[in-house]
Design a protein around this ligand. Structure first.
Ligand code: ACO
Length: 319
């Protein structure tokens, strides 16, 4: 068994914030941000809730899949920024779509989409589920520290969705984690228990950019090599590569190390910034709607993120 993608959808906030707009708010400039990250602008939630983006992406994916929404028996949402700690984003998407089914969130930071694909495959292989809605929705700009110019300029908001069913298109998938909270973390709610003697963290993203950079480049290359082998293919058989859109320099470093032509790497980081787990499914949907893929194309995807997690897969385009 295994799975196939029946449809994709994505949704971005209406406000696009350019580097020049940021330089009016803090001590930064377009030259610094563009040369170090490849980001020119990012979409940022203003009056949208994350659920608005998640539900919009989900509806578009269901439309493309040409299924009735009631056929969906499982909603998996990947996020680190749920509107509520409970109910989960998946439950809120379920409410918004007007359906009742198994609904759960998973948090694997920026690798969430690939973790979601692996979980969906396990559900389908075991016969538990038949049609799964996988939504990756992130509101990273709400968790960024806007007084820290080295991190807040990197992120954007958005949601990407896929509808998955039984099929043979997923050629290989693997996820892993090396537990580490020092390089990248966002503290949870501390509460006001009169008995709690632990120190409250700040509820903002903290990142050691240089170390995350090294981790990202080495893990992307190692994991892609393993995935290609596991899928029983060679790099020359790959049609497109979709890497987590964290930093154009990370993508460039991978391009130098892997034997794949530059034109095969798809990217939207210039316009979207880093949207955490939503970055790959947003890119996938944008390219699918441009008519980029033909049936049978082999796509490689690889993500890394807080945890530290990684996730990599090879999948055929089957629509
Ligand atoms: N504008 C202008 N100057 C800045 C800015 C800014 N926005 N941010 C930092 N600087 C300054 C610093 O203060 C420093 O100045 P100094 O030398 O006078 O002290 C200088 O620029 C260099 O700062 P560094 O932090 O050393 O910059 P670096 O070249 O390492 O680039 C970056 C930072 C872009 C974050 C890089 O480390 C990186 O790409 N890391 C990868 C991590 C990543 O992309 N993570 C994505 C999010 S995590 C995820 O997706 C899971």
């Amino acid at each position: 068994m295994g799975l196939k993608i029946l449809g994709t959808g994505s949704s971005l906030p209406k406000l696009s914030v350019t580097n020049d707009m940021l330089s009016g708010l803090m001590d930064t400039n377009d030259e610094w941000i563009s040369t170090r990250t490849g980001i020119k602008s990012r979409y940022i939630c203003s009056d949208e809730k994350l659920l608005d983006l998640a539900a919009d992406a989900a509806k578009k994916a269901i439309d493309m899949a040409r299924i009735d929404k009631d056929e969906i028996d499982t909603i998996i949402c990947t996020t680190v920024c749920s509107d509520y700690l409970t109910p989960s984003m998946a439950c809120m998407i379920n409410k918004e779509l007007g359906i009742s089914c198994r609904s759960l969130d998973i948090n694997a930071a920026c690798s969430g989409f690939i973790y979601g694909l692996e979980l969906a495959k396990a559900y389908i292989d075991s016969g538990i589920a038949k049609k799964i809605l996988l939504v990756s929705a992130e509101n990273m700009t709400r968790l960024s520290d806007w007084s820290d110019r080295s991190t807040c300029v990197l992120f954007g908001d958005g949601a990407g969705a896929t509808v998955l069913s039984e099929g043979d298109d997923l050629m290989a998938v693997s996820v892993t984690a090396r537990g580490n909270e020092e390089l990248l973390n966002i503290s949870g709610i501390h509460g006001n228990s009169p008995f709690d003697k632990t120190e409250a963290g700040e509820n903002f993203l903290h990142m050691n950019g240089k170390e995350v950079y090294k981790f990202a480049v080495s893990s992307i290359c190692e994991e892609l090599e393993k995935t290609v082998k596991e899928a029983g293919i060679e790099f020359k058989d790959v049609d497109y590569i979709l890497l987590h859109q964290a930093n154009m320099r990370i993508i460039g470093a991978a391009q130098k190390r892997l034997p794949v032509a530059k034109e095969k790497y798809l990217s939207n980081i210039d316009r979207c910034g880093n949207t955490s787990s939503a970055s790959i499914p947003i890119l996938l949907d944008e390219e699918a709607r441009k008519g980029r893929f033909k049936k049978g194309d082999v796509l490689l995807m690889s993500a890394f993120g807080g945890g530290l997690t990684t996730g990599t897969c090879a999948i055929k385009w089957g629509i």
